[in-house]
Design a protein around this ligand. Structure first.
Ligand code: BG6
Ligand code: MG
Length: 206
């Protein structure tokens, strides 16, 4: 019986992957190597600094921590420029209807995202008010697949892990939900999200 629903943001609520991709590709371009959409798959669900490490690994380049911090900041600046134009029309199909249906059933709702831009995005999409709890990349120390983000959301909802269901599009996120002892609904392809308890193509299916 689901008492709490914990949603990932990027890829579940909104398709921001394309904006992350454009921003990372621009950085790669400046550094002098190509970065494809297929490469971008590896960055989904992964924290900003870890994403940069993967990108630099693809380019075969190494930099100091200080240089990497500056690069991550530059990428984020560009990303924030892209997402500053976001509005409700970019909510993925079924999101608002499903969140409203859960609220009507008395299910508590949390966000569990790796992004440090989560609050900004929720405001842009005009859905911040639908969440009882928001745990994002500013509030956790350990990135998915570590369960911290979901454990923390569950605790703030005042619930037990077995009462919570996680909605995730990334392999690392599904692993994090399972490691937290929760039921996990995967959003995407069953071959990728093997560890999920159920896989659907989007919240419009529910
Ligand atoms: C995750 C995205 O939700 O957040 C990743 O799937 C992203 O692609 C990560 O790198 C961190 O996001 P941000 O907004 O803090 O750079
Ligand atoms: Mg995601």
């Amino acid at each position: 019986h689901m008492k709490g629903a914990i949603f990932d943001l990027d890829g579940v609520i909104v398709d921001t992957a394309k904006y992350h991709y454009l921003a990372w590709r621009s950085l790669a371009g400046e550094l002098g190597f190509p970065f494809t959409e297929q490469d971008n798959e590896r960055l989904k669900g992964v924290s900003r600094m870890r994403s940069l490490d993967i990108l630099l690994e693809i380019g075969g380049l190494e930099y100091s921590e200080a240089e990497k911090l500056a690069m991550a900041e530059k990428k984020n600046h560009l990303y924030v420029e892209y997402i500053s134009g976001l509005d409700e029309s970019e909510l993925l199909p079924g999101v608002r209807a499903y969140l409203n249906a859960l609220r009507a059933r008395g299910v508590a709702i949390a966000l569990g995202s790796a992004s440090k831009n989560a609050e900004f995005i929720l405001e842009k999409l005009n859905i911040a008010g639908l969440f009882d709890v928001v745990i994002d990349g500013n509030k956790v120390a350990r990135a998915k697949p570590d369960p911290e983000v979901f454990q923390s959301a569950c605790r703030e909802l005042g619930l037990e892990p077995q009462d919570c269901v996680v909605f995730e599009d990334a392999e690392a996120g599904v692993a994090a939900g399972k490691a937290a002892g929760m039921q996990v609904v995967g959003i995407g392809k069953p071959e990728v999200l093997k560890a999920a308890d159920l896989v659907i193509s989007g919240l419009h299916e529910l």
